[in-house]
Design a protein around this ligand. Structure first.
Ligand code: GLP
Length: 242
């Protein structure tokens, strides 16, 4: 595990964007696993800039998003579809058919999950998976519990996550209670993983993830088993590390 600790959010975003750009420059047809949340916003914005400056070309890149809220249509401003297009995909030269996001509205959840797994496999798996981390140690929407799932699946969100994510919704009652998420399998099988965290609220999850036991109570702790994991943290998120 490689850990970079930077002074602030601006530096975190720059470093993360350089990391992703160097991957795409080296391998034009990179398969990227994308994360949402407030943490990677600065990174996406810098990548858009780098694309416009001609530094990085996304024309051959394939993307798979980690997760989506169940029940939110892609036009819903809080859907991860909306987020991804708004912050990144609509502003770069990516081919729309190369972008994949789990649907928030689907008639057959099991089939949708199966097909998503199949598409990831057909693309050859993920080259670089970008991750944030929940305050409770979740990755994607793989929430803490007595077990974790390997495949893409439907997940009931924990109270902690619903409360944490309510900042994006008018009221707590508006936060979806369920989501579709890539499972631990596709994430851990990614060739490289880049995890970003900033702010004091993430310090405990980062400390447990880096130094704690590998446990389903902290899904991110399984990343300790990955051979090519890079963390970019600001000082506050790293504040409980030894
Ligand atoms: C959300 C997403 C995660 C994200 C996490 C942290 O629930 N499902 O993929 O990493 O929460 O979000 P933020 O970066 O806004 O703190």
């Amino acid at each position: 595990m490689e850990i970079y600790i930077v002074d602030d959010y601006q530096q975190l975003s720059m470093k993360a964007a350089n990391f992703v750009a160097s991957q795409v420059i080296l391998k034009k047809n990179t398969v990227l696993g994308l994360a949402t949340g407030s943490t990677p916003e600065g990174m996406y914005s810098r990548l858009v800039q780098m694309n416009h400056e001609g530094i990085v070309d996304f024309s051959k890149v394939i993307t798979f998003n980690l997760d989506e809220y169940l029940g939110l249509a892609s036009e819903h401003p809080q859907s991860y579809h909306f987020y991804m297009y708004n912050h990144f995909l609509a502003h770069i030269n990516i081919a729309p058919q190369n972008t994949h996001i789990l649907p928030g509205i689907t008639g057959d959840i099991k089939k949708t999950c199966r097909e998503y797994e199949q598409k990831i496999r057909e693309a050859g798996g993920i080259d670089l998976q970008i991750l944030g981390i929940g305050i409770n140690g979740h990755i994607g929407f793989n929430e803490p519990g007595s077990f974790l799932k390997v495949q893409t699946h439907l997940m009931g969100l924990t109270k902690e996550t619903i409360v944490a994510n309510s900042r994006f919704f008018p009221t707590l009652a508006d936060v979806p209670r369920q989501a579709l998420t890539m499972g631990m399998g596709a994430i851990l099988q990614a060739k490289r993983i880049l995890l970003l965290a900033n702010g004091k609220s993430k310090a405990r999850a980062i400390q447990e993830m880096v130094n704690g036991r590998v446990t389903t109570a902290v899904p991110a702790s399984f990343l300790q088993l990955h051979r090519n994991l890079t963390l970019v943290l600001d000082k506050e998120a790293a504040s409980l590390l030894p």
